[in-house]
Design a binder for this molecule. Structure first.
Ligand code: IZC
Ligand code: ZN
Length: 408
């Protein structure tokens, strides 16, 4: 007897497998009609015809709706003080994102707010975001530090992330991003700041087990390729997986660096060169596309179709942060995945589930509806996948099941 049975699923759509998929495979969703899913001990124990499903202690009637894996958001900066709505009018007046940062605003204003905020307040705010993410179908999320830029505040942020993963229903994967910007104390001394992060902050993070990945903002006026290579190499040597904010605003060779270092993923990639993408295909680095950021900054969109053609596994994330992407709704990111990245619905679903899970080291347990995987499931107020992506702007979640527990 199972713990939970979800019956009367009109359509079940899922990628299959326990690793990132690429090329044509990315668009090959498994579709089943009239399906049921059983859950035992928080894991999926049965996926198949309703007629063959086991009895269960609790039954959820999906009422003929669509079921997919829980969404995985593999790139967020969800622990932060304050907001930055003041940037809206600057942006409308034509001030560029990097110019706001150069002027001491942007990331640096969030750093001031995050340093000033107590740990409890930061936790309460992040937990509220996590509640809202789950109501929108996100069951696993990656969260980066990087609004501390000093030992104490980076640790404070990482402790909040760690507490979230222990106490909240949502699953959280932590990434250390001390190299997110150069703090005001190190103004014009970027190399010295990178030394400080590599020698004093990073080893403590690893010692306390507070992060699985390290990330860097490789960008003009932030960290150059040599500085990015230095911090990521140090992280890799200490056993962390690596990620890189690569070629978002300017083409500086971030995609090439990601491939050179064997990064798990490279993010943004709006300006990535053909050679950089070829190198990523070769190294198996996942491209994490962030279409809501392009939308919010009014920039071009990553060349996701070309990435798929080149055999790069493509994932989609929200980049949720108070500046360049103030929303956590994966449904909107997925709609833009279709309309702006020009991916087909099945490719987008894979990008937001299995490939997203792979980008944060969770493809063995998440990202598809298969026996043995975690029972993270979304029932949609929709008859099929196209419907969700085409009918954007409202929350289309009907029910969310996390580790077998009905949350929504
Ligand atoms: O706070 O602006 N791009 N980091 C790199 C961000 C955006 C977050 C922010
Ligand atoms: Zn980011």
């Amino acid at each position: 007897m199972a713990d939970l049975l979800i019956k009367n699923i009109g359509k079940l759509v899922t990628p299959l497998g326990s690793a990132a998929v690429s090329g044509e495979e990315q668009g090959r969703a498994h579709v089943m009609e009239g399906a049921a899913i059983a859950v035992t001990g928080g894991k999926i124990s049965y996926v198949g015809e309703q007629a063959g499903a086991p009895d269960a202690a609790e039954v959820v009637d999906a009422g003929g709706r669509l079921a997919t894996p829980g969404l995985v958001d593999p790139h967020t900066h969800m622990v932060f003080g304050g907001f930055r709505q003041n940037e809206l009018e600057m942006k409308l007046a034509g001030v560029q994102y990097l110019d706001i940062l150069r002027g001491g605003g942007g990331i640096l204003s969030t750093v001031r707010a995050t340093r000033a905020e107590g740990e409890e307040e930061l936790y309460a705010k992040a937990a509220d975001f996590a509640d809202r993410m789950m109501r929108h179908g996100t069951t696993t999320v990656e969260a980066k530090s990087g609004y501390g830029l000093d030992l104490d505040t980076e640790m404070k942020q990482l402790r909040v992330i760690s507490r979230l993963s222990r106490e909240h229903d949502i699953d959280v994967v932590a990434t250390f991003m001390g190299a997110h910007a150069c703090p005001e104390e190190y103004k014009d001394r970027r190399d010295a700041y990178i030394d400080y992060v590599a020698e004093e902050v990073l080893p403590k993070v690893v010692e306390l087990g507070l992060a699985e990945y390290a990330d860097v903002f490789a960008e003009t006026a932030v960290f150059d390729i040599a500085q990015s290579r230095r911090i990521l190499s140090a992280a890799k040597k200490l056993g962390l997986g690596i990620k890189i904010h690569a070629d978002e605003i300017n083409r500086i060779g971030g995609a090439e660096l990601a491939a050179e270092l064997g990064a798990a993923s490279a993010e943004h990639l709006l300006q990535a060169s053909d050679a950089g993408l070829d190198a990523m295909a070769e190294s198996g680095t996942i491209a994490v596309c962030l279409p809501t950021t392009s939308f919010n900054l009014d920039k071009n969109f990553a060349r996701a179709k070309l990435m798929v053609e080149k055999g790069i596994p493509v994932a989609i994330a929200t980049d949720f942060n108070p500046g360049s992407s103030p929303g956590y709704n994966m449904q909107f990111a997925m709609t833009l995945g279709c309309l702006k990245l020009r991916l087909m619905p099945a490719e987008v679903l894979c990008a937001a589930t299995l490939n997203a899970a792979a980008a944060i080291g969770r493809a063995a347990s998440k990202g598809s509806l298969e026996a043995g995987k975690d029972a993270d499931i979304v029932i949609w107020d929709a008859p099929d996948l196209n419907f969700i992506f085409y009918r954007y702007g409202n929350n289309q979640v009907y029910s969310v099941i996390k580790s077998g527990k009905v949350i929504v």
